[in-house]
Unconditional design. Structure first.
Length: 88
């Protein structure tokens, strides 16, 4: 499935990689959040996060859970200059 998605979404994927490269070269304390498909479902408060890789089997996350994850990581110095994937 990934090869098909990469072919279909290659331009968006290239843009994302370019954005991440620009951000990673900055001198700021940055954290990149990588959510999968966003849903309008109620928050679960049971999402998973992984630094430096995708959340295995994580295909969706409610917007409210993503917002919670962002607020949890914004001041967490352990996440500075990293990419954090989140999913339910």
């Amino acid at each position: 499935m990934k090869p098909i998605l990469r072919r279909i979404l290659r331009h968006a994927f290239t843009d994302m990689l370019g954005m991440e490269e620009v951000v990673s070269r900055s001198s700021l304390d940055w954290t990149i959040m990588r959510p999968p498909q966003l849903t309008d479902k109620p928050p679960t408060a049971n999402y998973r996060a992984r630094t430096g890789g995708n959340v295995r089997g994580g295909f969706q996350i409610p917007r409210a859970d993503l917002a919670h994850a962002v607020l949890e990581t914004v001041d967490d110095k352990a996440t500075f200059r990293t990419a954090v994937s989140v999913a339910t």
